[in-house]
Design a protein around this ligand. Structure first.
Ligand code: PMH
Length: 390
């Protein structure tokens, strides 16, 4: 984008910040008062926009943020976020001074990491740490009481290191069969009990566990997908006792409309052939925007009706078969609502044979995100704004 808040192509995503806020509020109401919410805003807030989601979540009652990498935490600091931020993933041990500089909480996941990090510590400032316990996710984390004790001792020996938390992550909290979850929870309880003292924050639950398993609350939960209004899995959809509202929608506009006659072809490979007179529209979104070629055949909404994507999806454009003549400039909704029709993130995920988490994440940065509050787009230059106001 040339200028902040301006863009020159009619393809955009809308993120309804009121939905984010309501989802956080609903989760908060569902939890006992002493349980803090850690809003998971990694990967540009699952593609929704890091700082906008962070600010909204904090205003709605989250007290901590979590990201995957220190780069994401520093980006939030540079955008003015001063709430505590936990880096869930591995940070290079030699970068520990950056964590001190930006007041970023790091994850300790192995004793060797901690030994290395301590060697690199040159700052006078302190660094807060959460110990990650691997109870069965098998990704990163401490796997024995012995290692946990060593880590506790190594932290205790260094005044600039502060043990602030301990956590684990469930592999199957969204599945109906609870046996593996139960096993992980029990192991986590054993590991926490083995610590000489309980750190300030003990947390294990993702959205699914925070919705379903009060016994796994400890005193904080890490909420990602539910905050965005998406279900952790189709399996447990029915178990969500409060409404969650999808915040993400995706739109474009017709840039070209034409009538084809029988036998005319559309797109690479000339694989689509019109069977009769057909109105075909072109929209400026393609696989480089994350609208992947596998979405050929997926329907989009035009003038409140479903229209299929026909022919191969190109890098920056794709074609749709219109129900009738529709003028250039008409809004096409690829994800979201039009009149009484709705294309959910889950519908797109199903077509892509993947999970809903992936969908907003893969919509490229090339697609500008517009933010809605009170049903209106905010933070956009006035002359553009008129174009996008519902
Ligand atoms: N905590 C950790 C450590 C995570 O990795 C995630 C999500 C969350 C909390 C939030 O989970 P939720 O979105 O289900 O609420 N991590 C990932 C992941 O690595 N792949 O998909 C989701």
């Amino acid at each position: 984008m040339e200028e902040q808040g301006y863009f020159y192509r009619d393809t955009w995503a809308e993120v309804d910040l009121d939905c984010i806020s309501e989802n956080v509020t609903s989760v908060k109401k569902h939890l006992p008062q002493q349980v803090s919410i850690i809003a998971v805003v990694k990967a540009n807030a699952y593609g929704h926009g890091d700082v906008q989601i962070a600010e909204t979540a904090l205003a709605a009652g989250a007290s901590f943020l979590a990201v995957a990498f220190m780069d994401e935490a520093i980006a939030l600091r540079n955008k003015g976020i001063d709430a505590p931020i936990l880096v869930l993933g591995a940070t290079r041990p030699e970068d520990i001074n950056m964590a001190a500089k930006f007041s970023i909480t790091l994850t300790v996941f192995q004793k060797e990491w901690l030994e290395e990090a301590k060697k690199h510590l040159t700052t006078n400032q302190s660094v807060a740490l959460h110990i990650k316990v691997d109870t069965g996710m098998g990704r990163i984390g401490v796997r024995s009481v012995e290692e946990l004790h060593t880590i506790h001792r190594l932290i205790g020996e260094e005044k600039r290191l502060m043990l602030e938390g301990a956590y684990t992550h469930f592999a199957t909290a969204d599945e109906l069969d609870q046996s593996y979850f139960q096993q992980q929870l029990e192991l986590f309880e054993t590991m926490i009990a083995a610590l000489p003292e309980r750190p300030k924050y003990v947390h294990s639950s993702n959205s699914a566990a925070a919705i379903r398993f009060p016994k796994a609350y400890f005193n904080a939960v890490r909420i990602g997908i539910a905050m965005y209004g998406l279900t952790p899995s189709l399996e447990m959809e029915k178990e969500i006792p409060f409404p969650i509202k999808e915040a993400f929608s995706l739109h474009s506009r017709l840039v070209h409309v034409k009538k084809l006659t029988k036998g005319d072809k559309v797109s690479y490979g000339a694989t689509y052939e019109s069977e009769e007179e057909e109105w075909i529209g072109t929209i400026p979104i393609g696989y480089a925007d994350g609208w992947l070629r596998k979405l050929q055949g997926q329907e989009v909404l035009v003038a409140g009706e479903r229209s299929p994507i026909v022919g191969r999806i190109c890098m920056d454009q794709c074609m749709i078969r219109l129900p009738k003549y529709v003028p250039v400039g008409t809004t096409v909704t690829l994800i979201g609502k039009q009149e009484d029709q709705f294309i959910s993130v889950n519908e797109i995920a199903q077509k892509l044979e993947t999970i809903n988490y992936e969908v907003p994440c893969i919509i490229a940065n090339r697609v500008p995100r517009l933010y809605k509050k009170g049903g209106k787009i905010v933070d956009l230059k006035n002359d553009l704004l008129n174009n996008y106001q519902a």
